[in-house]
Design a protein around this ligand. Structure first.
Ligand code: GLC
Length: 751
């Protein structure tokens, strides 16, 4: 806690020192729905915060956190689910920068994003707002967004800390997660971004983690976030997430949002007077608020503007880079400008371009695929049929009209997806099916024999296994923002070569998914019994077939991987290869590097994403690719030792174009770091056998006792703690001798 001298050197501390308890308490709670408290009389004006994360949702009048009231028009970029499919941190940072410029022009100081919660369940209604099932991809893309925003002088708010992986009962549910899974999966992106980008704020989640609400969770907000990770910014609550304001300050929650009209400030003052809350705790929270305000004020610029047309073009470019081509039989795509086509589906005319809830943006303009497509070909070469209604009501005649349109075409583009009411913040999906009216329509279109290209609009995976083998092309468009319609047309006509890659697995059945039996929990508790085996980690470990694997995506060209190598250089695992574009069109490939450790002492996924690079290669060209992976990426979290460990061994480094399309595997010896638990007499015979300093002695003793190595009796013995096994050594080993042996062995390895 800073002492008085430190305080005077720090303007925020000096300002806080001049405040009354009532003023300090007022500071630590919102002054309105979107603004901090206004203490201009004390030299502390208020600043405004607004949602994100894929555009600025600034509400000038009133405010709500559910997207009920509209915000001012702003560029609606592709939501995280699509941005993630670009696998391009550079592009994501550009989006962050653009949103920040719009915030600056709107006098907003903090944009509430990015959302980096892991896509644990495909059914989570808010998956559209999150990046991936993989923590590394979420970490790198979330970091890029923060980097882009904060480079423009606007603050980010890394959310929702932590384990907000479902919408069902999100304000009351407790996520029951073991310590290793928490650190390796659900905290990883937050830890990475706090360390590398220093977000100005972190937003705590609504839910509880292992029975303690995030807002009042001192282990999470102070021990982990500040003491272990070194976070120095401000912790803000999700809107309405605080249950006990005093407890929350104890826990390390600095700013409660939104305003509670003085109620909780009064509680804070009373707890101060009662000695329940220490003056230092309140001063610390107030100082962090003042620091945030002073930084925001310093960046305000009345002259700030932005170019909506430029941002719209960026939205289109990012959308085009997000589109994932999943199937392209007989090169049905790209379309020839002279083709006779049918455009089928209301979603072609009425695009679903974002999710619902607090991130809902009023776009500055909106491209629809139908207009963008018809603008590219002769009027008599295209016919549109809505085919279905977005309210999923089965209206007679729509399907017949669509079948007629398809029957007269060379190719039918069938736009399907989830209408707005089917997935949203605030509630989860109950299944992963497309609306029945759409599937029924598709079955009828398949009957026509016309070549079909399905284009999907959805925030998280839908089941395609029922029909994907009977269509010719499939594009996963996710939710593409206001420029998505034009972007789809660019890809369909080959003006843009699709380069999106899946950031989440597309399962064949909901029953195959990792959370199938746990989600969404019972009696306000949801167990994460799959542990670290989230997403592809699960399907790989269980050898479950999937419709399309994590990391997958096709191109209009083809790539060849050659000369792959991997070696340790200092504290980096360096992977190098040659990448050749063997096709006739320029394109971009995302090279992915996974590692696994087959002979591991702990349960591990078969392979885990450790690095990636999106590489643009001209037709016929070969480029060298180097991917440097910090060795710390290979660490696992030991719950027994409450810390990160690196297990020594021969790691399998897999270089691939998806988690299941591996082009090279290289074995690399990696030295362990602090991975050997100290040997004790309670360590098992097996652990003693595995310890280089004493294994020969132990093995020799066992063999003298007549236990044939690798016999079942030998295997049985290995599970015994040495304390008990010593009795069977007929005096050859004693407890006292073992204690000394262990001490010697530990000195030799732990140093
Ligand atoms: C919402 C969301 C959060 C948003 C906040 C303000 O409930 O959970 O992401 O930033 O409230 O709208």
């Amino acid at each position: 806690m800073p002492d008085d001298r430190t305080r005077t050197a720090n303007p925020a501390a000096a300002l806080v020192a001049s405040l009354t308890a009532e003023q300090k308490a007022a500071l630590t709670t919102g002054g309105s729905f979107w603004r901090t408290a206004d203490l201009s009389e004390a030299g502390i004006p208020s600043i405004m915060v607004s949602d994100g994360p894929h555009g600025l949702r600034k509400q000038n009048v009133g405010g709500d956190h559910l997207g009920v009231l509209e915000g001012s028009p702003a560029t609606c970029f592709p939501p995280a689910t699509a941005m993630a499919s670009t696998w391009d941190p550079r592009l994501v940072a550009q989006v962050g920068g653009a949103i920040a410029r719009e915030a600056k022009a709107a006098q907003v100081s903090v944009v509430l994003g990015p959302g980096v919660n892991i896509k644990r369940s495909v059914r989570c209604g808010r998956n559209f707002e999150y990046f991936s099932e993989d923590p590394l991809l979420s970490a790198h893309l979330g970091a890029a967004w923060v980097r882009g925003v904060q480079a423009e002088g606007i603050g980010a708010s890394l959310k929702h800390f932590a384990a907000n992986n479902q919408e069902t009962e999100r304000l009351r549910i407790s996520a029951e997660i073991d310590e290793r899974t928490l650190h390796e999966t659900y905290l990883k992106a937050f830890r990475h971004i706090v360390a590398t980008e220093k977000p100005r704020t972190v937003m705590c989640a609504y839910n509880a983690i292992n029975g303690v609400f995030a807002a009042e969770n001192r282990w999470l907000l102070t021990e982990v976030l500040r003491e272990h990770w070194g976070f120095e910014g401000l912790v803000v609550s999700d809107w309405g997430a605080v249950h006990d304001r005093v407890e929350a300050i104890h826990a390390g929650l600095d700013l409660e949002m939104p305003s509670t009209s003085g109620r909780t400030a009064a509680e804070v003052v009373a707890s101060l007077a009662a000695g329940v809350l220490s003056p230092d705790e309140l001063d610390t929270a107030a100082e962090r608020v003042v620091n945030l305000v002073l930084r925001g004020i310093a960046e305000l610029d009345d002259e700030a503007t932005y170019d909506p047309a430029l941002h719209h073009e960026l939205a289109r470019d990012v959308a085009a880079a997000a589109i994932v081509l999943l199937k392209n039989d007989a090169d049905v795509l790209p379309l020839a400008p002279t083709a006779r086509i049918a455009v089928i589906g209301e979603l072609a005319r009425t695009p679903r371009f974002q999710g619902s809830g607090s991130s809902l943006i009023v776009p500055t303009q909106l491209d629809d695929a139908l207009s963008s497509i018809t603008g590219r070909i002769a009027p008599d070469a295209v016919r549109f049929a809505p085919g279905y209604r977005l309210d999923n009501v089965d209206e007679a005649g729509l399907a017949a009209d669509a079948v007629a349109a398809a029957s007269g075409a060379e190719v039918a583009l069938v736009f399907l997806g989830l209408p707005p009411q089917d997935e949203s913040e605030g509630y989860d999906r109950e299944h992963i099916e497309l609306p029945a009216v759409q599937v029924e329509l598709l079955e009828q279109l398949i009957e026509t024999g016309t070549r079909l290209v399905v284009v999907l609009s959805n925030g998280s995976a839908v089941r395609v296994s029922g029909w994907v083998d009977r269509v010719d092309g499939l594009i996963e468009g996710w939710l593409l923002g206001q420029g998505g319609g034009e972007a789809i047309a660019r890809v369909l006509f080959g003006e843009a070569n699709p380069s999106g890659r899946l950031a989440e697995t597309i399962p064949m059945r909901i029953q195959d998914t990792p959370d199938y039996l746990d989600f969404p929990g019972d009696e306000l508790t949801v167990k994460y019994s799959e542990g670290v085996f989230v997403g592809y980690r699960w399907y790989d470990a269980r050898e479950i077939g999937v419709s399309f694997p994590f990391g997958f995506g096709l191109s209009y060209t083809a790539f060849e991987y050659s000369d792959a190598s991997a070696e340790v250089q200092g504290d980096v695992l360096q992977v190098r290869l040659q990448l050749t574009n063997t096709g006739a069109s320029d394109g971009a490939e995302t090279v992915q590097v996974y590692t696994g450790l087959r002979e591991s002492a702990i349960r591990r996924p078969l392979r885990e994403l450790r690095g990636f690079a999106k590489v643009h290669v001209a037709a016929g060209e070969t480029v060298p690719v180097t991917i440097d992976i910090p060795l710390s990426e290979l660490d696992h979290y030991s719950a027994a030792e409450h810390g990160w460990r690196r297990e020594g061994g021969s790691y399998t480094v897999s270089v691939g174009s998806s988690s299941r399309d591996i082009h090279a595997e290289i074995e690399v010896d990696i030295a362990g770091v602090g991975d050997r638990a100290p040997l004790t007499i309670d360590s098992t015979v097996g652990e003693w056998l595995a310890h280089p300093s004493v294994s020969d002695l132990v093995r020799g003793t066992i063999e003298k006792l007549g236990f044939e190595p690798d016999s079942y009796r030998f295997r049985m013995a290995q599970q015994m703690p040495m304390r008990g096994a010593v009795a069977f050594t007929e005096g050859q080993l004693t407890l006292e001798g073992l204690v000394q042996l262990a001490a010697d062995a530990n000195r030799s390895t732990l140093g």
